[in-house]
Design a binder for this molecule. Structure first.
Ligand code: CUA
Length: 316
């Protein structure tokens, strides 16, 4: 955290870098504005009507001067471009070792699910100093998750997952806004990010004794009858789900796909789209029966099966 943060309310590790770039651009543009305005003023006075200044065109040319005034601004603005693109790449590169939180947006609220089973509406509790990765989707229209104090914003789209990460540095409460017009109550689709000290966070997370997201997914797996086909005792031939998460899946059309969150979501809601090689297109769609939050829980359960598998492999 620097002095700039205190002044501007930046509260994430990335905020300093974003602010530095922003002010460098303001300074550079301000410098150009001042230079042009000064020249404008100078020429307006010098060549005003009635002044005796010579209006004959200059006769000499100076290639070096022309090159210099072309090259220096070009280099300055290319420098800003390189700086921005580097920072943008940094912001858009998702961290590997972050705490993952799932967000489902809908008209007009933010629904949050933690891996440990905690669920929140219009608020998100996170520990200070820990990188948080949000995996987000929308139940209806396009929304946008915007936390000004962290200098992060990401569109939340129906039908796909988008991600966003931040590392909060100071404890406190920060505004969460929807930054995409999404209907009548768009302006009221707000919330708060509560950044707690690690101890306070443990106390918060420890309260409640909720079942974990994966456990909730397991329950849904039985409720919706998934286990009837994908379970160990199933009579229908359906793909085995343990151990598939993160692995390459061969498809019937000869291509392959990595079994990530998007693939699992599509397999539940649009099962006919990508058929695993060697299996028939017999799974019914769950589009109107399962909402996005439950899809996330089911995915967490399928993912947990892979974690068990990996652990078993390691034990050998
Ligand atoms: Cu949601 Cu605007």
């Amino acid at each position: 955290m620097s002095g700039l943060d205190g002044l501007l309310g930046g509260a994430s590790r990335m905020a300093d870098d974003v602010d530095a770039l922003f002010f460098a651009m303001v300074a550079l543009c301000g410098f150009v504005l001042l230079g042009i305005s000064a020249a404008l003023l100078f020429f307006s006075v010098r060549y005003r009507r009635g002044s005796g200044a010579s209006r004959r065109g200059g006769t000499s040319k100076n290639l070096r001067v022309e090159l210099v005034w072309t090259a220096i601004p070009a280099l300055l603005f290319l420098g800003i471009f390189a700086w921005s693109i580097t920072l943008f790449a940094q912001i858009r590169t998702m961290p590997q070792d972050a705490k993952t939180v799932y967000v489902v947006a809908k008209q007009w609220m933010w629904k949050v699910q933690h891996a440990d089973g905690h669920r929140e509406v219009n608020q998100l509790h996170v520990p200070a100093g820990k990188t948080v990765l949000l995996t987000m989707t929308s139940q209806d229209v396009i929304h946008s998750f915007f936390v000004p104090a962290f200098r992060v914003k990401q569109d939340v789209l129906p039908g796909r997952y988008t991600q966003l990460w931040f590392t909060p540095e100071q404890t406190g409460e920060y505004h969460l806004f929807c930054a995409e017009f999404c209907g009548t109550d768009h302006s009221r689709m707000t919330g708060r990010i509560v950044v707690l000290s690690p101890q306070d966070y443990l106390a918060w997370a420890g309260s409640g004794g909720a079942t974990s997201l994966a456990q909730r997914g397991e329950r849904l797996f039985r409720q919706h009858g998934c286990s009837g086909c994908h379970g160990e005792l199933a009579t229908v031939r359906a793909p085995e789900l343990a151990g598939i998460y993160g692995k390459a899946i061969a498809l019937a059309d000869g291509s392959s796909v990595i079994a990530d969150e998007r693939y699992i979501r599509d397999s539940i809601l649009l099962p006919s789209r990508q058929i695993a090689a060697g299996y028939a297109d017999i799974m019914p769609t769950y589009q109107d029966r399962i909402d996005e939050e439950d899809v996330i829980a089911l995915t967490a359960y399928i993912r947990s099966l892979s974690a068990e598998e990996d652990a078993a492999d390691e034990r050998g």
